[in-house]
Design a protein around this ligand. Structure first.
Ligand code: ADP
Ligand code: MG
Length: 358
């Protein structure tokens, strides 16, 4: 198991990158703790696989260094880094049995046959394929083959890190949940450093201790699910995490007040003069629809989603979402919204700016 340090790391797929735009991965500096479970979350094309492949050694970065503990592994091969990686699509030996596929990484490293037999049995159970261990991989479904790939990734206990790149894409929804739970328990049992790439926030939030949110080649925030919810460091995090995501509203901010189209909004903190694109961010959970004074809205639609209602409304021509309790009656007289001042974040050029206690 290892602590992973990304030092001044950046990557461009072009031989002579001219500007920042040419970098699939913009410069980043981070230390990922030993034994923690991380999810790398972001939309397609934001650089998740690029970063993962640099960590595993499949790709050599155009700039910077990677350290495992204090050892520089930037030029080391994947085998020398001693990591296991599972990809989006199955990588299995078709002519071998499931058992032989699972045993392969252990055999390769010269493990004791008795240990191999036991460990393969255990992993077979974990992926729900105990009954198929002696079948050849060839005839199996894509779903089953992917489970073998996952099992192969998990079979070695002595790896420095376990890396997963959207491993559950081809797995059916029920099994997805099951396998994610298994991965989590595996993490608790062995304390591997795990990095799990996904574009699905539910997957990221349920799997990881820390979620690494990427946007446009940059790591915009590393935080616990709670931190990402409470204090999104970037408007993208606010918008991407949560359903619906955070509302972002253009505003003018002065002291502990914001003005939105001439209407005053109280903020929980005080701010110095701000320059740039100023916006306030407030999650639908902290917006209240009311008959009393506030910001004027037009309700477009109310969606009942079980435990609560999502109210889709319009505020000065832009969409705004409100989360209301299930038993909250929404009357036509409710034409205003108010915010919980303590839950209003202020953003300048998309980055969170901290205020002073008011
Ligand atoms: P993600 O895994 O988040 O979907 P990737 O890391 O695969 O994103 O890709 C990041 C960016 O780098 C994208 O713009 C993608 O088109 C580009 N890219 C990825 N792989 C290559 C490659 N082998 N050659 C050139 N560009 C690539
Ligand atoms: Mg990818």
């Amino acid at each position: 198991m290892a602590k992973i340090t990304l030092d001044n790391l950046a990557h461009s797929y072009y031989p002579n990158p001219k500007s920042e735009d040419d970098f699939a991965l913009k410069e980043l500096n981070h230390v990922w703790s030993d034994g923690e479970a991380y999810a790398l979350l972001g939309s397609s094309g934001c650089g998740k696989s690029t970063l993962l492949n640099i960590i595993s050694g499949l790709l050599h970065p155009s700039q910077g260094r990677i350290l495992f503990d204090d050892k520089d592994v930037t030029q080391a091969t994947t085998a020398d880094r001693n990591i296991a990686q599972v990809f989006q699509f199955p990588v299995v030996y078709d002519t071998m049995t499931v058992r032989a596929n699972l045993a392969f990484p252990l055999k390769n490293r010269g493990a004791d046959p008795k240990y191999i037999a036991d460990r393969v049995q255990q992993i077979g159970a974990m992926i729900g394929m105990e009954a198929e261990l002696d079948k050849r991989a060839r005839g199996l479904t894509a779903d089953a083959k992917q489970k073998i790939s996952l099992g192969r990734g998990m079979v070695r206990e002595d790896v420095n890190a376990l890396l997963f790149d959207e491993p559950l894409t081809v797995i059916d929804p029920h099994m997805k949940w099951e396998l994610r739970t298994q991965l989590k328990s595996l993490h608790h049992e062995f304390g591997h450093t795990m990095i799990y790439v996904t574009h699905d926030q539910t997957e990221a939030l349920t799997f990881a201790d820390k979620v690494v949110v990427m946007y446009d080649g940059r790591v915009v925030q590393i935080g616990t699910p709670q931190e990402l919810f409470d204090t999104p460091q970037h408007t993208f995090v606010g918008y991407f995490i949560g359903s619906p995501g955070m509302n972002v509203i253009p505003a003018e901010v002065a002291g502990d007040r914001a003005m939105v189209h001439g209407t005053q909004v109280d903020l929980g903190k005080g701010y110095d003069a701000l320059s740039g694109k100023v916006e306030i961010g407030v999650r639908p959970e902290f917006v209240t629809l009311t008959e009393d004074a506030g910001l004027p809205v037009t309700v477009r639609r109310v969606e009942d989603v079980g435990r609560h209602k999502i109210v889709r409304a319009e505020l000065f021509g832009t969409d705004i979402n409100i989360l209301a309790d299930e038993d909250h009656n929404i009357s036509p007289d409710m034409t205003n919204i108010t915010f919980d001042p303590a839950r209003v974040n202020v953003y300048v050029d998309d980055w969170l700016t901290s205020g002073k206690a008011a």
